[in-house]
Write a protein that binds this ligand. Structure first.
Ligand SMILES: C[S@@+](CC[C@H](N)C(=O)[O-])C[C@H]1O[C@@H](n2cnc3c(N)ncnc32)[C@H](O)[C@@H]1O
Length: 283
């Protein structure tokens, strides 16, 4: 099933095509590589360049690493982006990401609707903490786990800027932490996993999505309360819907319900762009 996410407040995917996308983040507009944009763009090259502040030039095709090129003299290197009453620090770094994955709006809405002060939420592979902030805003107890220290610092800064407190920050390999939580008998109402295609744990543990996803899901579902929900975002050519369906069908949860959708955005210019697979497992 194709699921179209709405744009978060103050964000716009203006156009896409030619292997790139044009996006507005509050007052700042960027051009970033996007291999899913294999079709032609709607707006002209001139229109893209007239509106953009920054363009990311990858080191080589498909590389996450590269350098940002300033297209306007006043383009800021970091700025505050406000959305739904939360404030995120966005900045250019040596990779193409800016600190937020806007297509996650669909999960932020789900968390806002399903969490409250009596619920517990674990956000693992949590990046700069957008989902943690949306969870905490409802009053829920939030545990945020990521293996990269600067990401935790970035998340703390977002928490502060958003006027929130109380998120528990865990600097650990996500699978290790989940296994430890299973042993301790801890339970959660919602668990979100946003694992990268590959990565390293806090102590250099190798992470390969296609090899570890089955183990990760079967450990993670053990942390769910009765009626708990596991949200899984995957964005990797090696992990398609069939792969996830096979893994989830083998889970030993009676009466479980699995929703498996393709996540898409529609650009303001009318193009459709694929953003990976969103899976929800209801216990
Ligand atoms: C795709 S990003 C998550 C995006 C985020 N959930 C969002 O929507 O804003 C993946 C994150 O996983 C972290 N990571 C990579 N390997 C990890 C591991 N083994 N354990 C925990 N976190 C890991 C990275 O530091 C990164 O922050």
């Amino acid at each position: 099933m194709k699921l179209f996410a709405d744009f978060p407040e103050n964000y716009e995917l203006i156009d896409a095509g030619g292997g790139r996308k044009l996006e507005r983040w509050g007052t700042v507009t960027t051009i970033r590589p996007e291999h899913q944009a294999y079709f032609g763009a709607v707006l002209s090259k001139k229109e893209w360049h007239d509106s953009a502040d920054w363009e990311f030039i990858p080191k080589s095709e498909g590389s996450l690493q590269g350098a940002w090129k300033k297209l306007k003299p006043q383009a800021p290197e970091e700025w505050l982006f406000s959305s739904a009453g939360l404030v995120f620090n966005l900045r250019i770094t040596n990779n193409k990401h800016l600190g937020l994955f806007p297509e996650q709006q669909i999960n932020w809405e789900f968390l806002s609707a399903n969490l409250n002060a009596s619920k517990r939420f674990l956000n693992a592979f949590a990046y700069t903490g957008a989902a943690s902030l949306f969870g905490r805003k409802t009053g829920a107890e939030v545990i945020h786990c990521d293996s990269v220290k600067p990401m935790l610092d970035w998340g703390r800064q977002n928490q502060l800027e958003s006027g929130l407190d109380g998120i528990k920050w865990v600097h650990e390999d996500a699978l290790k932490f989940i296994r430890r939580e299973v042993k301790r008998g801890n339970k959660y109402d919602i668990l979100q996993l946003d694992p990268p295609a590959w990565g390293l744990g806090a102590k250099g543990e190798k992470w390969k999505l296609e090899e570890l996803l089955g183990t990760l899901i079967s450990e993670a579902v053990q942390l769910l309360n009765k009626q708990g929900v596991l949200i899984l975002n995957t964005y990797s050519p090696k992990v398609d819907s069939n792969f996830i369906r096979k893994i989830t069908s083998e889970l030993e949860i009676p009466n479980k319900q699995v929703e498996n959708s393709e996540l898409w955005f529609k650009t303001s210019s009318g193009k459709e762009l694929y953003y990976g697979i969103l899976t929800r497992i209801y216990k």
